[in-house]
Write a protein that binds this ligand. Structure first.
Ligand code: FAD
Length: 332
């Protein structure tokens, strides 16, 4: 029997949707291992995040709260996450650990935090998992390789395993109707060397639009939009209540902000509807959006690779079509 620890992501006093995907993985892993799962909520102003985590069917919710954790800095979070995984600050994870699997989502936060947690726990790390393949009480992980061109299956042989899951591959966990007990856990101070790392500022892009990785609808644009990127895409995104995304070529050319990039080296999204406007459909772009439920492509080249993954395709000039589409949806 082995237990699973989910490292939650909280912001503005709430759990981020990313956490719910890691909980879905934890449910599957705990069932395969015959154990339970708990959720660790870490930070300072946690608001309702712990109470929200307590609705997700965990054996318990662990809360690590301190003013030193106010602004996320990996070096300050890692000792506490590792101690919670071990069950005590001093236990050696190679000989004794409370949790056999530590999991989070492969968001920017998870990509930054979890490899460090793995190092601290002397644990093997399976990153960006798209599927859990339980086999005889052991866990095998399927993960995309070569920008999603191939899938590999791996196992981790260390006593503790750290895993990050691809948000788009695991549905968001729903509340179970029960309430988990909430326990405070010790906050472990960082080492003297880590103390030298200082939080300076967080330049958050303020937008009325939904967050790209959490949005139900994404309108995404490519290099073809040129300087008219916002002028053409924003009205369509507005009528659909959508987030705006972009190809790397559009970002590199300065037509779109770099935090809008979708793809292998950008964000991974899986909205209900993804509208690709003037995007060719390079494999590196598809790696970030092909998990979307419905894909619509607008491109003037009928042979563009984006049409191979699109559910609906329109071969047309985007500068004529997109404004007209926004107008028709507005009028409907
Ligand atoms: P293009 O390939 O130039 O395509 C433009 C499209 O617009 C064409 O299909 C054209 O037919 C169409 N078009 C032109 N004019 C019109 C019009 N008037 N109306 C309608 N359609 C029109 N790319 C990403 O997106 N995300 C990544 O994360 C990413 N990571 C990468 C990582 C690596 C290591 C490498 C090597 C590349 C990566 N790329 C990534 C780049 C990727 O290979 C492509 O170069 C990029 O996605 C192309 O962007 P695009 O489709 O906007 O541009």
């Amino acid at each position: 029997m082995a237990d699973v620890l989910v490292v939650a992501e909280a912001a503005d006093g709430k759990l981020k949707k990313t956490t719910h995907s890691a909980v879905t993985f934890a449910r599957q892993a705990a069932a395969a291992l015959g154990g339970t799962y708990s959720i660790l909520v870490i930070g300072d102003a946690l608001g309702d995040a712990a109470a929200e985590a307590a609705t997700l069917g965990a054996a318990k919710v662990l809360v690590a709260q301190a003013s030193s954790l106010k602004d996320y800095v990996a070096e300050r979070y890692v000792p506490t996450v590792a101690a919670a995984a071990k069950g005590t600050a001093n236990a050696d994870p190679r000989t004794s650990a409370t949790y056999a699997v530590v999991v989070g989502t492969a968001s920017a936060y998870g990509k930054d935090l979890l490899p460090r947690v793995a190092a601290r726990l002397s644990a093997g790390f399976a990153s960006d998992i798209s599927e859990l393949l339980p086999e005889g009480g052991k866990l095998k992980y399927k993960r995309p390789m070569y920008a999603g061109n191939a899938y590999g299956v791996c196992t981790v042989s260390t006593p503790v395993q750290v895993v990050s899951v691809r948000q788009s591959a695991f549905a968001a966990a729903e509340p179970t109707g029960s309430t988990s007990p909430i326990e405070q856990v010790a906050v472990v101070p960082p080492s003297a060397a880590a103390e030298r790392v200082e939080f300076v500022s967080f330049d958050q892009v303020k937008s009325e639009r939904p967050e790209l990785t959490e949005a139900k609808v994404v309108v995404s644009g490519g290099r073809a939009l040129k300087e008219r990127f916002n002028e053409v895409l924003d009205p369509l995104a507005d009528v659909l209540g959508a987030a705006v995304g972009a190809s790397r070529a559009a970002c590199d050319a300065g037509y779109a902000a770099s935090d809008l990039q979708v793809g292998q080296t950008g964000k991974v999204v899986a909205p209900s509807l993804y509208i690709a406007v003037g995007i060719s459909g390079a494999i590196q772009h598809l790696a970030g959006m092909k998990g979307s439920k419905v894909i619509v492509a607008i491109n003037k080249d009928a042979d563009a690779p984006i049409f191979q993954v699109a559910d609906y395709g329109l071969v047309a000039d985007l500068f004529a079509t997109v404004p007209e589409l926004a107008k028709q949806i507005q009028a409907a």
